[in-house]
Design a protein around this ligand. Sequence first.
Ligand SMILES: *[C@@H]1O[C@H](CO)[C@@H](O)[C@H](O)[C@H]1NC(C)=O
Ligand SMILES: *[C@@H]1O[C@H](CO)[C@@H](O)[C@H](O)[C@H]1NC(C)=O
Ligand SMILES: *[C@@H]1O[C@H](CO)[C@@H](O)[C@H](O)[C@H]1NC(C)=O
Ligand SMILES: *[C@@H]1O[C@H](CO)[C@@H](O)[C@H](O)[C@H]1NC(C)=O
Ligand SMILES: *[C@@H]1O[C@H](CO)[C@@H](O)[C@H](O)[C@H]1NC(C)=O
Ligand SMILES: *[C@@H]1O[C@H](CO)[C@@H](O)[C@H](O)[C@H]1NC(C)=O
Ligand SMILES: *[C@@H]1O[C@H](CO)[C@@H](O)[C@H](O)[C@H]1NC(C)=O
Ligand SMILES: *[C@@H]1O[C@H](CO)[C@@H](O)[C@H](O)[C@H]1NC(C)=O
Ligand SMILES: CC(=O)N[C@H]1CO[C@H](CO)[C@@H](O)[C@@H]1O
Length: 465
Amino acid sequence: MTKRSVSRRLVTCLASPKLSLNVLCLVVTVFVLLQIWSFHITQQPILLPPSLLTYLNQQKEPEQISKNETAYLVEKLRESVTFLPLKDLRFSNKPLEGHTWFMSSLYDNQTKGEVQYQEFPSKSSKGRPLCLKGVDEHDGSWNYYALAWPQALPVNASLQEGLTFVSYNHYDYGNMWHGLSAMVPFIAWSLRNQCEKPQRWVLYHWGELRFGMGNWLSEIITATYGQNIEFLRFVDEEKPVCFKKAVVMRHNEGGMSRERRMEVFDLIRCKARNYCNISLSKTSKPRIGMTLLMRTGPRSFKNESTVINIFKRECKRVEGCELKVSYSNNLTFCEQVELMRKTNVLVSPHGAQLTNLVLMDRNSSVMEFYPKGWLKLAGVGQFVYQWGANWSGMRHEGSWRDPVGETCRFPDTDRRCMSVYKNGRIGYNETYFGEWARSVLGRVRKMEDIVERNNGNGLLDGCMC
Ligand SMILES: *[C@@H]1O[C@H](CO)[C@@H](O)[C@H](O)[C@H]1NC(C)=O
Ligand SMILES: *[C@@H]1O[C@H](CO)[C@@H](O)[C@H](O)[C@H]1NC(C)=O
Ligand SMILES: *[C@@H]1O[C@H](CO)[C@@H](O)[C@H](O)[C@H]1NC(C)=O
Ligand SMILES: *[C@@H]1O[C@H](CO)[C@@H](O)[C@H](O)[C@H]1NC(C)=O
Ligand SMILES: *[C@@H]1O[C@H](CO)[C@@H](O)[C@H](O)[C@H]1NC(C)=O
Ligand SMILES: *[C@@H]1O[C@H](CO)[C@@H](O)[C@H](O)[C@H]1NC(C)=O
Ligand SMILES: *[C@@H]1O[C@H](CO)[C@@H](O)[C@H](O)[C@H]1NC(C)=O
Ligand SMILES: *[C@@H]1O[C@H](CO)[C@@H](O)[C@H](O)[C@H]1NC(C)=O
Ligand SMILES: CC(=O)N[C@H]1CO[C@H](CO)[C@@H](O)[C@@H]1O
């Protein structure tokens, strides 16, 4: 050890926070200075106590200290990334309010009338990407999220290139309506971001991973983005996945103005028609198309032939009206798209098949039917198709609620009756159905422009359909 390096190390040593070392260093420094001063030694190694020599040898050169301090700190940052449970049980009594129980420590970007979303990395995440971890499909509190600095991603993490859509859905991705509600905000985001397409999706329900959507929904998404859906597979619960760019939605279409929602449905409708090769010239379209979209099983009509005959009769009275009767359960996706293009009046019981209403031309009409007991017992969810019609620019023409049905041994407002009514079937009232159909058809006929609309005009740049 040379004098120079010894003295430099002694200076570092003097700066040490340990009092005992300081004292020792001071003593040694004085000793070294004395040696130098007395010229007794010049090139010989300085004799130091062995314990101090060991300590000094552990100290690195200054440039090395700063360099390896960085490497050291990055390593510490990497290790200190803290994963929190995706589902925060503290908010289980109000899972959908405010920041929700999903990624509850993070806040959405809320601009009035616009979709509520989170984007990572972003200014609000201070440039940190989002990382996810966990493979649980049954309990979302065993899946995790974290923000990490790009230079210090967590140990064992992989980085996914491109754009990833992370969806939270309180209901499910199999049901056409609930699934579509979860997808609307992503499409709205894309509309405002040069139609950017996701390279992959991560779907959560209550923080639990999901790896699929209903067929209708996945066709809608495939048609809208013009590519197949890729789901991210988490291979190992100890291997986090971080995203170059991630967009998170957890409020469905909440916060979006009616105009923004209609933009989304205009795009979906137009993309679906293109995807199904339904060109405007190729297929003829009735002047007024009335479609009975039937269900089988729960909420089907008890006496289909009578119901069909009532609407057939009313349609016949209106010039240019054509009635079609279809079963939603055995139509392909493109058959549904085609059918809806030809439908101006959709007549159907309450149920997921009604989600197809968004695929009709704007300003088309919907007539909805419920079995007994739903008004008081089924909760607000029973109004989703009234909302859906409004949000997609359709006219909900009202509902018929069957006054007759199975009898429940409790009072009709008792919640226990819902299990009796839930899967009820629907009767008919010939007088009411006839008058109702007449008045709806009358309104439709009065609207002059039953011609083709929604050619994708008015859509935003980069999202032309
Ligand atoms: C929130 O979104 C708006 C556009 O909708 C954007 O201009 C703004 O920068 C975003 N804010 C943050 C903090 O990300
Ligand atoms: C990283 O992965 C290795 C091998 O799979 C595993 O043994 C180790 O525990 C992981 N480390 C962390 C911090 O998860
Ligand atoms: C639409 O037409 C294209 C090109 O002719 C074809 O590749 C595609 O399979 C068709 N799609 C459907 C749904 O028929
Ligand atoms: C349907 O109603 C018609 C007319 O009321 C009746 O003649 C027929 O038997 C009913 N059919 C069924 C399956 O209930
Ligand atoms: C569609 O389903 C309905 C009811 O289950 C059935 O009556 C009809 O024959 C089916 N149509 C086709 C084309 O399979
Ligand atoms: C829908 O109907 C309203 C009037 O009821 C009309 O002002 C509007 O232009 C129509 N929209 C389309 C897309 O036809
Ligand atoms: C949709 O709802 C809004 C507010 O409730 C209402 O002003 C508007 O007229 C409705 N639009 C249609 C087409 O029903
Ligand atoms: C059927 O509808 C008509 C017209 O709304 C109503 O006057 C009549 O009471 C209804 N009949 C039954 C059995 O509910
Ligand atoms: C002397 C020494 O340990 N140098 C290391 C400092 O840190 C860098 C980056 O991690 C390494 O490459 C050096 O080997």
